[in-house]
Design a binder for this molecule. Structure first.
Ligand SMILES: *Cc1c(COP(=O)(O)O)cnc(C)c1O
Length: 479
């Protein structure tokens, strides 16, 4: 159903407040203000009462779907439920109302908190030094690669090649290109892992880095990581870890121990900031000590029990964010890590892995499972069997919306045809996992019995199937 715009509400003169008559003389604006400053037409603003406005926006908000409404199994994106306590912490007035221009001695508490967050992130990843400045995963990648560039510049080595597996997240090759490096793609093998022979072929003394995520975008842990790191390090290159999906390994495995040299986190995925609407995010970069001099300035340090920003960093790649990064996201992450504790972080991983494997086992006979290797926090199915019946994966995704559940990531990673990439996350309980599994099986049955219902889905949503390119370029906000 079409909803009116707020401007179409109400009637002339209606307002959201009522106040007593003014008890001071009123002035004619024409006399009170200089000539030519009075506008000729009334501004085109809605004239609506408070209850009109509240109902309008409440009704619009009900059209949204989010993790507060139900499961959001978007693979790679980690759309998990975030405990509300972290929102409360981020809004505490003494944390939320400070300003980055305040002198350091007035905000020692806040700096201590950021310093501890850095220490936690270093410990969790097995790295030595951390910058909290980057504002997203992709931004962290870019910063990490610029650090690698600076490192080789300083050593006087010219290296321009970044090796990226074909299963990588799209931001990996994009960030490498943005950082002025050349991307070389290598193939995955039939187990969905880096193909060692292709890697060896791609490696030479021009290699600056290998970008890898482990578990990779198929949810599969790269078991050959020791050999992989050896090949890269022997050639003088560095290892970059895409840590967007740390809920697969928290407390169990550390990129630093796998000999990675740089990692970025996605605090907004793993450590409790709601995301998906475009921000703000936080993509801290953690490095081994040999790369610490190149981190963005300033770096937070502790000297004689005082916390301060260190701007005196001659080899730094410079500043990459206004002030010190997205502080609110860091507060949520701090609160999340403290409330979970070391054991809690391990449980996050256990539940993420258990949930994904439960779902995979229950769905692998209904939908094709292209890679049989063990997977961790997510898994990739293929809708190829359903495609043979004439129904594309996008239709399956749309049909899920009819059943009031969000769709998995589709058509990614690119190496799987008709991919359905599912990440239930650690926050879903058994009932919610079963509901999703049943719905996926029901859709598969519908494809056999009443394919047109799936083909023309969604039927029950506020909008039907959109022309997505048109919707992005020419949005009709009336609907
Ligand atoms: C989400 C994601 C990114 C990018 O993170 P943004 O914060 O969206 O820029 C990079 N790599 C992987 C594996 C991801 O899942």
């Amino acid at each position: 159903m079409a909803k009116p715009l707020i401007k179409e509400y109400g009637s002339p003169g209606r307002k959201g407040y009522s106040l007593p008559e003014v008890d001071v003389p009123e002035k004619d604006p024409e006399e009170a203000l200089p000539e030519g400053t009075i506008r000729q037409e009334k501004p085109d603003l809605p004239e609506a009462s408070e209850v009109d406005v509240v109902r309008h926006y409440t009704s619009l908000s009900n059209m949204n779907y989010g993790v507060d409404s139900g499961i959001y199994p978007l693979g790679s994106c980690t759309m998990k439920y975030n405990p509300k306590i972290n929102e409360d912490v981020a809004r505490m007035p003494n944390l939320a109302n400070i300003h980055p221009y305040q002198p350091e001695e007035q905000v020692q508490g806040s700096l201590e908190l950021l310093y501890e967050l850095k220490e936690y992130l270093a410990e969790i990843s097995g790295m030595d030094e951390v910058s909290l400045q980057p504002a997203s995963g992709a931004h962290g990648e870019y910063v990490g690669l610029m650090i690698i560039r600076k490192y080789f510049e300083k050593k006087g080595e010219e290296r321009s090649k970044v090796i990226v597996p074909d299963s990588a997240h799209g931001t990996n090759p994009a960030s490498a290109t943005m950082a002025g490096l050349d991307v070389v793609e290598i193939e995955s093998n039939e187990r969905g892992m880096v193909d060692i022979e292709s890697l060896k072929e791609a490696v030479d003394d021009d290699v600056a880095a290998l970008m890898l995520t482990n578990p990779n975008t198929l949810g599969i842990f790269e078991k050959d990581i020791c050999q992989i790191q050896q090949i890269i390090h022997d050639a003088g290159g560095l290892l970059y870890y895409d840590g967007a999906n740390m809920n697969a390994v928290l407390g169990y495995a550390r990129p630093g121990d796998m000999e990675f040299d740089v990692i970025h986190y996605n605090l907004h995925k793993t450590f409790s900031t709601p995301h998906g609407g475009g921000g703000p995010g936080s993509g801290p970069v953690a490095v081994k000590s040999k790369l610490a001099p190149f981190l963005p300035a300033p770096v937070l340090k502790k000297e004689e029990e005082k916390y301060c920003w260190d701007f005196d960093r001659p080899d730094s790649l410079g500043k990459i964010h206004a002030f010190y990064g997205n502080y609110g996201v860091m507060l949520r992450a701090y609160s999340y890590i403290r409330t979970a504790g070391a054991e809690g972080l391990k449980e996050i991983t256990e539940n993420a892995v258990l949930n994904a494997n439960y779902m995979k086992e229950k769905l692998k006979d209904t939908y094709e499972l292209p890679f049989a290797s063990d997977s961790l926090h997510e898994f990739v199915l293929s809708g190829s069997r359903q495609k043979k019946e004439g129904i594309s994966t996008v239709n399956i995704a749309k049909r899920l919306l009819d059943y009031e559940q969000y769709a998995p990531t589709i058509y990614f990673p690119l190496i799987v045809k008709e991919a359905l990439m599912v990440e239930p996350t650690e926050t879903e309980n058994l009932a919610s996992l079963d509901r999703f599994i049943e719905t996926m099986k029901k859709i598969a049955r519908e494809i056999e019995e009443t394919p047109e219902v799936v083909e023309n889905a969604p039927h029950n949503t506020v909008v039907r199937k959109l022309d997505e390119a048109q919707a992005a370029r020419n949005p009709d906000l009336r609907w």
